[in-house]
Design a protein around this ligand. Sequence first.
Ligand code: ATP
Ligand code: MG
Length: 236
Amino acid sequence: MSVVLSVRDLSVDYGQLRALSGITFELRRGQTLAVIGANGAGKSTLLGALAGLWAPAEGSVGFNGRDISALPAFVRVGLGIALVPEGRRLFASLTARENLLTGQQRGRSGGWDIAAVVELFPLLEALLDRPSGRLSGGEQQAVAIGRALMGNPELLLLDEVSLGLAPVLVEQLYAALPRIQAAGATVLIVEQDVGQALAVADEVVTLLEGRQVLHGAPSQLRREDIIDAYFGARAA
Ligand SMILES: Nc1ncnc2c1ncn2[C@@H]1O[C@H](COP(=O)(O)OP(=O)(O)OP(=O)(O)O)[C@@H](O)[C@H]1O
Ligand SMILES: [Mg+2]
């Protein structure tokens, strides 16, 4: 399996604050990587750095063998990197359909269109012409994922897509993952629910205060080590 994403010694600063430092991992085609860590650990910062929202202070991001560290976000979308941001960030006054179409604009061509998204999330069919600001949290999350898919991503970055959703909706979102992968996407998820993350992930990276504490396959990691890494028991 070829390496899709290669993160090398990545650091990200917000002004004086070093939010991430020394992050190093690879992600192979078709694999799912879960990034876990407590509030403020740097998970969203990592996804933003992969999507091109902020440039690395040090280190590099490689995508399909090419160093993309200096490329802006819209160029990365065109290469096949799509972010479903924390909090969804839909255009509230636009309809669900219009939000989905925005995902196509800078994206790649491929098999995803509105019909395919509706097939994946049937609940959207009746909602396409409704302003997205009037949808429930779960419905908005389906639109946000659909919008990312409309760009035919090769790397899909999911930031806390299950936060605040009813369990049945979380189940539906996760049930959609295999079909998204079958369509060619490699997936990186940030998830607060560690059990959920470990259930779907081939690899796990644990962040604590901006540093990478653990990295490995869930089967190779001991549950207590993951919990320690998450809460910083070792650091304390
Ligand atoms: N735009 C920003 N400007 C300045 N500091 C920021 C910014 N975004 C995040 N931070 C800080 O960077 C650190 C990492 O934040 P980040 O949002 O990446 O964490 P997170 O793991 O995603 O947390 P959460 O679980 O709450 O979403 C935190 O200390 C946070 O306060
Ligand atoms: Mg976050």
